[in-house]
Design a protein around this ligand. Structure first.
Ligand SMILES: NC(=O)c1ccc[n+]([C@@H]2O[C@H](COP(=O)([O-])OP(=O)(O)OC[C@H]3O[C@@H](n4cnc5c(N)ncnc54)[C@H](O)[C@@H]3O)[C@@H](O)[C@H]2O)c1
Ligand SMILES: [Zn+2]
Length: 366
């Protein structure tokens, strides 16, 4: 079992606990230590519930908390105001006023929605994250960004609201489809490129074993990624200093690819940002910031990770360019890109010429 501390002062600091079978073996001890309350609302979805029903039942029993399990539909559109009100109506039924806390047991959709509900129910109740996807374990469950979507844009209504604990149980990932594993892997590769050349090298050597969910290398990369994310969150909790923004490496063009495919299942988030990371690295090479062999290493690792390197499924380049113009990183009409200068370091650059952006997007279209 490994621990990473997210240090945010006395009141908002918390641990990320990473290990094998910790949800079933240690959860109640960890929760009790925090003294969160006597009533628990577990938010999950039917698919995850049907696989992990016994684990949920087991830890709720041992917690001896009055508990409700609330299932939300398994799709991005669950991050909605309607769903939030439905969840709250279910919570009200179990809340007897003896201290209620929320457990978000699922991927990023459950985590973002559950965390958002925790931030607004009774003006804020404690919550813990038990991320069940690799992406959620290394990214979305850490850092307190909670949000729901509007039809006009994703994550438009939200808050910064930190969990009291994150439990990343590697054994839960065994049931995760391999496409979802690869999607989370893309974020891990991102951490290597922007911050940690040793992590990058480790991935180059061990990626096949990680894809097979071998315990030690998987635990190591989740631990390193959590540590890196925690450091960014500590340095720039509210994403106002241009530090946390570095985590958006690959996401400008990545989000444009997702938006151009209208968030259909055509590209998972990780697949889209894998292409986005290569495109951003190509911009860096063209601007003389990054050496070509580094771009080749990045492209090779992404390939080895079973992620796409080109847009080969008939996406319209004009649509991608247009979507890219609406990226939230564009401030007062000035675009911003996170570009690697070497493996393990990236900086923020503004006013990247449009010509360069469209050139690299065209390059990515097979
Ligand atoms: N808050 C943040 O900082 C942050 C960061 C990145 C992404 N996000 C958000 O996260 C969401 C995406 O999260 P995601 O990639 O985890 O997707 P997801 O929550 O949709 O989960 C992906 C799929 O995996 C299934 N699943 C989850 N755990 C499983 C398990 N252990 N076994 C079998 N199936 C399982 C889910 O039912 C779902 O079908 C998006 O809404 C995105 O906006 C938030
Ligand atoms: Zn991402």
């Amino acid at each position: 079992m490994k621990k990473v501390r997210v240090s945010l002062g006395k009141k908002r600091s918390y641990d990320i606990v990473i290990g094998y079978k910790i949800a079933s073996n240690y959860l109640e001890k960890l929760i009790k230590k925090l003294g969160l309350g006597n009533e628990a609302a577990v938010i999950t979805n039917p698919a995850i519930h049907s696989i992990h029903r016994n684990a949920i039942k087991g830890f709720l029993k041992r917690l001896k908390a009055n508990a409700a399990t609330i299932k939300i539909p398994d799709r991005e559109t669950s991050k909605s105001n309607r769903q939030v009100i439905k969840i709250i109506e279910s919570i009200v039924k179990v809340d007897k006023g003896r201290g209620l806390f929320i457990i978000a047991f699922g991927g990023g959709v459950v985590g973002d929605t559950g965390g958002f509900v925790a931030s607004i129910y009774k003006r804020g109740v404690p919550y813990i994250q038990i991320p069940t996807t690799l992406l959620a374990q290394v990214d979305s469950a850490i850092g307190g960004k909670v949000a729901i979507d509007l039809t006009s844009a994703k994550n438009l209504v939200g808050a910064f609201y930190q969990p009291r604990l994150v439990i990343s149980d590697i054994s839960i990932l065994r049931s995760l489809p391999s496409r979802q594993i690869r999607s989370g892997l893309a974020e891990i590769i991102k951490y290597g490129i922007i911050k940690d050349k040793r992590l990058f090298k480790f991935l180059e050597r061990n990626i096949k074993d990680i894809l097979k969910l071998k315990r030690d290398p998987l635990e190591y990369v989740i631990y390193r990624s959590s540590k890196i994310k925690a450091a960014y969150v500590k340095a720039d909790e509210r994403d106002t200093k241009g530090i946390r923004a570095q985590l958006n490496f690959g996401h400008t063009i990545g989000h444009a690819i997702e938006a151009a495919s209208r968030y259909s299942k055509l590209y998972s988030h990780g697949e889209a940002i894998a292409i986005g990371m290569i495109a951003a690295s190509e911009i860096a090479v063209k601007m003389g910031l990054l050496k070509r062999p580094s771009l080749e290493r990045i492209t090779n690792l992404i390939k080895k990770g079973g992620l796409p390197t080109t847009i080969s499924r008939g996406l319209d380049i004009k649509k991608i360019m247009k979507a890219q113009l609406y990226d939230k990183k564009i401030i007062h009409g000035v675009n911003r890109f996170i570009l690697p200068v070497r493996i393990g370091k990236a900086n923020i650059y503004e006013k990247i010429p449009k010509r360069l952006i469209s050139e690299v997007i065209k390059n990515r279209c097979a």
